[in-house]
Design a protein around this ligand. Structure first.
Ligand SMILES: [Ca+2]
Ligand SMILES: [Ca+2]
Ligand SMILES: [Ca+2]
Ligand SMILES: [Ca+2]
Length: 599
């Protein structure tokens, strides 16, 4: 079986030259950013007590899923045959499908395996009641969500630029594109759009890769798995099976679709240059890694080298995985990568990469040193070692205490009911990594959900109650959905709803820089992250005690818009200038209340 995605894989010489040239000529000149004072957590590197006390936590979380109407129970379809898909869990996607300014939640169901069309296996759509109670109503049937495939992930984005969030759902076999009709219902437009795909799809992401103002689609696939070819793994003499290691199955390639702007897509996997990269993909993040204005792709692979696809323009990519420094660990070997994310973690304005890995491996933190080159700082940053006994899946970057920097949430859970490593369990607690603003982390759970062991998979963050703090939805394999509500009571914040004109309507791929009297913060907007999931599409900035001064938005079209900072404590709608000029325009009125229940 052909596999070129291992350490030492052949990278075309042209790619190497191009990347190195890029590093020299295009390294963004971003000043070092100041960040507000660190919260009262232990300094990185300082020995921690075995059980960190909760007292210094700047905020706490509690699971409110059941109480708020999200009574979702994931079914993984575990069989005596121990088919590998049964271990993978599902994802969640936040979207405002009815445009009322309140984030609704799509939850992917897996179901019986192999899938048998049971209605039980239907994904669920929960409408945020938006009435100040923070509650949800199951609107699945009303919305016309009818997919009964063995579900994996979901990503929400406005692919047809009509101002409404659509949904792409990945499945074990056969993906689904739901177009939002704008009246509370969706239509399955998969066949017309031509994005069903084949094989075992996992995570997906929308981005405008060719810069024409329409969102294209990248779909990650795991490995070449056939139900009828399930190996026997476990104890042959006793006849007891367990799940096979992914190394037993051949790697496969990912899929890339160009948006034709008429409701259809063209499969450009071959012509784009990504087809030859065979891996075992589970997570994907789109980010402009080298700052050239074109969105690049990073894929977390399980046991094979992670992929870095550098966007050359014209829907062409080069595989720079090895030379980027983010393909392998500092030890020169691949990890079992699952969830992935990108964000400026050390405050220099460049997007860094993080990956949640399997047990007996650290989580990865690849610091962007400019020009699309990364250094592995997993261990010295404090992000790696606390993860050794955990298997990480969902991975979100969010400013947990509105302090002006991105912290990391990792949803953990093993894949084997009886793990082989001593001290490793099937169910695991999630982890919260507090960032000091310079990319140094202290792991400290805050609240009851961080003491509870569950088998977590996809996770996504959103401010579901519009109170300005970020909350987290977690899908648990074979267990109940969790909604971790952030108790708040910390720093200031401001939120943005971007509306593209020349760019894609949702503004996916915008680079937003907020300047305050304490420094600068940079965010990228995206659709698709973590593991099998997508988060609140709005831009969220924590302020601490800082006063916002100005805002700069580099739209995907290349238009750079500068404007006075919008008011703190609310979400503000900002439209891309039509004419491509650089106006000093005042922000438009807020589109959603700053407090639940207010008009
Ligand atoms: Ca809504
Ligand atoms: Ca496009
Ligand atoms: Ca780029
Ligand atoms: Ca909130």
């Amino acid at each position: 079986m052909k596999s070129r995605n291992l350490a030492g894989a052949a990278i075309p010489a042209t790619a190497l030259v191009a990347l190195l040239t890029l590093a020299v000529t295009a390294a963004p000149s971003v000043a070092t950013l100041a960040v507000p004072a660190a919260p009262s957590v232990a300094a990185p590197g300082r020995p921690k007590p075995a059980k960190a006390p909760d007292a210094p936590c700047p905020t706490f979380f509690r699971d409110v899923a059941a109480a708020r109407g999200l009574s979702f129970q994931h079914e993984r379809g575990a069989t005596p045959e121990h088919q590998l898909p049964e271990t993978m869990g599902s994802g969640v996607a936040w979207l405002d499908y009815d445009g009322d300014g309140w984030m609704d939640l799509y939850v992917v169901q897996s179901g019986p395996f192999p899938p048998n069309g049971s209605a039980r296996a239907r994904d669920r759509l929960y409408r945020n009641n938006g009435d100040g109670t923070g509650t949800f109503t199951d609107v699945t049937e009303k919305a016309g969500i009818a997919d009964t495939a063995y579900g994996m992930g979901a990503v929400a984005a406005d692919f047809d630029n009509d101002g409404r969030a659509d949904l792409f759902v990945t499945n074990f076999e056969g993906n689904i594109l739901y177009r939002n009709n704008g009246d509370g219902t969706f239509t399955d437009v998969t066949a017309k759009a031509g994005v069903r795909g084949s094989g075992w799809a996992t995570s997906a992401a929308f981005a405008d890769f060719d810069g024409d103002g329409w969102l294209d689609l990248f779909v990650v696939r795991y490995l070449d798995y056939r139900v009828e070819k399930n190996f026997f793994c476990g104890d042959v003499e006793k006849g007891t099976r367990e799940y096979c290691h992914p190394s037993l199955y051949p790697p496969i390639g990912n899929l890339l679709y160009r948006n034709n702007r008429d409701g259809t897509f063209t499969d450009v996997t071959e012509s784009s240059g990504i087809a030859g990269a065979l891996g075992k993909g589970l997570g994907v993040i789109v980010s402009d890694l080298d700052g050239d204005g074109r969105p690049d792709v990073y894929v977390a692979n399980d046991t094979t080298m992670n992929f870095v696809f550098h966007n050359l323009g014209g829907m062409r990519f080069e595989d720079v995985s090895l030379v980027s420094g983010a393909g392998l660990s500092i030890f020169g070997r691949p990890f079992g990568g699952m969830g992935v994310n990108a964000g400026d973690l050390d405050g220099d304005g460049l997007p860094d990469l993080v990956v949640a890995n399997f047990e007996a491996e650290p989580n990865s933190y690849y610091r962007n040193v400019g020009g699309g080159i990364f250094e592995d700082l997993s261990t010295p940053s404090g992000f790696g070692a606390p993860a050794f006994s955990f298997s990480g899946f969902g991975l979100n970057l969010l400013d947990v205490a509105n302090a002006g920097r991105l912290d990391a949430f990792v949803a953990n859970g093993h894949v084997l009911e009886v793990p082989h490593q001593q001290g490793v369990t099937y169910a695991e607690r999630p982890q919260l990594f507090w960032n000091d603003g310079k990319g140094r982390f202290v792991e400290r759970g805050c609240g009851e959900p961080f003491r509870k062991a569950v088998v977590s998979r996809g996770s996504a963050s959103a401010d579901f109650d519009n109170d300005g703090d970020l909350d987290i939805a977690v899908s648990n394999s074979g267990g109940p959905l969790e909604l971790l509500e952030n108790a708040g009571g910390h720093g200031g914040w401001l939120g943005l709803v971007l509306v593209g004109r020349r760019s894609n309507r949702q503004g996916v791929g915008a680079r937003v820089t907020l300047t305050t009297d304490a420094g600068r913060q940079v965010r990228e907007t995206r659709a698709g992250e973590s593991y099998l999931s997508s988060s609140d599409p709005r831009v969220h900035f924590g302020l601490g005690t800082a006063t916002p001064k100005s805002l700069e938005i580099r739209w995907p079209s290349g238009v750079v818009q500068t404007l006075p900072a919008p008011p703190a404590g609310r979400y503000t709608r900002i439209e891309e200038p039509d004419d491509g000029a650089k106006p000093e325009s005042a922000p438009a009125p807020a589109v959603s209340p700053s407090r639940p229940g207010s008009p």
